[in-house]
Design a protein around this ligand. Structure first.
Ligand SMILES: *Cc1c(COP(=O)(O)O)cnc(C)c1O
Length: 369
């Protein structure tokens, strides 16, 4: 490959279209603080996702961190170590202790059979992750949450546009966080959102992303600054128009990968989930050293030699990081599945505008080793 092929490439609208939508900002001089485009994007996303309510943020991480703050949580939060560090950081930065649950073999989402064994009288919430856009067992998670009176906040950073039984994945739990980072399926350059149905959360989130300000003279909380600005919102409005087409192109790319690689021994490919509409966000493969004949790292290096930059998402596990050693709690039986998947996973390049020819070339390298 002559040019570097990265794991993904940001979705961009036509240049002229973006210019058109930001033009009025040169007249209004209103660049941030819940401006016109911010309000318009909020409305359009609410309609697109079919959710009760949504609040926009400058990035997904702050959306999650401030949602946990808004809920006034204290104690331990059960999540998984097989995710982007942001998930655990949002928990820890609220003074909460992460408890790492193992994951399921097929979806890499939280193992719902293990959650109950990790609950103590300190447990206040669950933060399951719809990793790669694979959905968690939302029904079982809600049952457990109801039984122990726990809040469920989903990290849905990967799951924009994913539906379960015809409903947006953002409709489950107390709240769900979506990331609109440049590398995600839908982007606002940097950005994020929280979807929720509890009316009281709206006001709290609004204040927390704007320094806790209620009015010019009333500061109600120790908030942060996490507002989405007008240039970000403009990118979102443009990208939303081309999103469905982009997801369809992703679908064709993922299907091509799966068709090409399905006969290769030792590779586990993404699978469909019942009643679920996917967004084709990532193309993870799990490499079994014994059957494939080589390690994940060997394949990673070989692809790199050919200018293909796959990524080891998610390796290392968060539970193995030094900064979590003293604040985390782990299951007595350890995290064998998360460890195995993390050692074997490689996410292959996928972005809407890559050609099927490029997919074939990448697959040829994988098959020829
Ligand atoms: C991207 C991501 C985040 C953080 O989102 P940002 O918009 O980058 O702040 C959180 N969790 C997961 C799983 C992510 O992939």
């Amino acid at each position: 490959m002559d040019d570097k092929v990265l794991v993904t490439k940001a979705l961009l609208p036509e240049y002229e279209e973006y210019c058109e939508i930001i033009k009025p900002l040169w007249e209004s001089h209103w660049l941030t603080n819940m401006g016109k485009l911010h309000i318009q994007l909020e409305q359009e996303l609410k309609a697109y996702l079919g959710v009760n309510d949504i609040s926009l943020f400058n990035n997904g991480h702050m959306a999650l961190e401030l949602t946990l703050q808004a809920l006034g949580l204290q104690g331990e939060v059960i999540t998984t170590p097989f995710t982007f560090v942001s998930t655990a950081h949002a928990i820890a930065r609220n003074g909460l202790s992460p408890v790492f649950c193992d994951i399921e073999e097929d979806t890499f989402t939280i193992n719902t059979n293990q959650i109950e064994s990790l609950i103590t009288d300190k447990t206040c919430a669950l933060v399951p992750v719809h990793v790669y856009g694979n959905i968690c067992n939302v029904e079982k998670i809600q049952k457990i949450a109801d039984k122990y009176r726990l809040k469920v906040i989903y990290d849905a950073a990967h799951a924009f546009g994913v539906k379960y039984k015809g409903s947006s994945i953002g409709n489950f739990g107390e709240a769900s966080m979506f990331s609109f980072h440049a590398t995600k399926v839908f982007n606002t350059i940097e950005g994020g959102a929280v979807t929720f149905h509890n009316e009281q959360l709206r006001e709290k989130l609004y204040q927390l992303k704007n320094f806790g300000i209620k009015s010019e003279v009333a500061i109600q909380a120790i908030g942060s600054n996490a507002k989405m600005n007008e240039f970000q919102a403009a990118m979102g409005l443009c990208n939303l128009k081309i999103l469905d087409a982009a997801i369809q192109k992703r679908k064709a790319i993922m299907e091509r990968y799966c068709k090409n690689l399905q006969t290769c021994p030792g590779l586990k490919l993404p699978q469909d989930q019942a009643y679920t509409e996917k967004n084709y966000a990532y193309m993870p493969i799990i490499i079994s050293r014994e059957e494939y004949g080589h390690t994940r790292d060997y394949l990673y290096d070989k692809l790199k030699e050919k200018n293909i930059y796959a990524r080891k998402y998610f390796y290392p596990l968060i539970s193995s990081l030094d900064c979590y050693r003293d604040i985390q709690r782990l299951p007595a039986e350890g995290l064998p599945v998360a460890e195995k998947i993390s050692e074997g996973v490689l996410t292959l390049p996928i972005e809407p505008n890559m050609t099927l020819d490029l997919v074939d070339k990448i697959c040829d390298i994988i098959l020829s080793i």
